[in-house]
Write a protein that binds this ligand. Structure first.
Ligand SMILES: O=C(O)C(=O)C[C@]1(C(=O)O)C=C[C@@H](O)C=C1
Length: 113
C-alpha cells in the first residue's frame, strides 16, 4: 500500500518538503524584488516617452526581447512559450502604465500653458 493510500508520510519527506518550500519562498521574494526594480526603470521610460511624445508600445523592441528571452529560456531548460507569455504579461502592464503617464503628462502640459 502506498503512502497516499495509508495517509502516512515519512518524516524525511516532510522535512524535504519544508526545505524546498523555504527555497521557493526565497525565489519568490527575489522575483518580487527584481520585478519592482524593473518597474522602477519602466516608470522612468514611461515619463521619458511621454515627455518626448514617443508611443507607449514599441513592437520592434518587443520582438527582439521575445527572441532573446526564448533563447535564454531554452538554454536554461525553461519552456520558451512560458517565458514569452510571462514577458508579454509584464510588458502589457508596462504599456498600461505608460499610457496612464502619457494621459497625465498631457493634462499637466495643457495646465502649464
Ligand atoms: O523599451 C521600451 O520602449 C519600453 O517601453 C519598455 C518595454 C518593456 O517593458 O520592456 C515596454 C513596452 C515596449 O513595448 C517595449 C518594452
Amino acid at each position: 500500500m502506498s503512502n497516499a493510500e495509508t495517509g502516512l508520510t515519512s518524516q524525511a519527506a516532510l522535512e524535504e518538503l519544508k526545505r524546498l518550500r523555504a527555497s521557493i519562498d526565497n525565489i519568490d521574494a527575489a522575483l518580487v524584488h527584481m520585478l519592482a526594480e524593473r518597474f522602477k526603470c519602466t516608470q522612468k521610460v514611461g515619463r521619458l516617452k511621454a515627455e518626448h511624445d514617443l508611443p507607449p508600445a514599441d513592437p520592434a523592441r518587443e520582438r527582439i526581447q521575445i527572441e532573446r528571452l526564448r533563447q535564454l529560456a531554452s538554454d536554461a531548460h525553461l519552456d520558451p512559450d512560458f517565458a514569452e507569455k510571462f514577458l508579454n504579461f509584464i510588458v502589457r502592464e508596462v504599456i498600461r502604465h505608460h499610457e496612464a503617464i502619457a494621459a497625465r503628462t498631457g493634462i499637466e502640459t495643457i495646465g502649464d500653458k
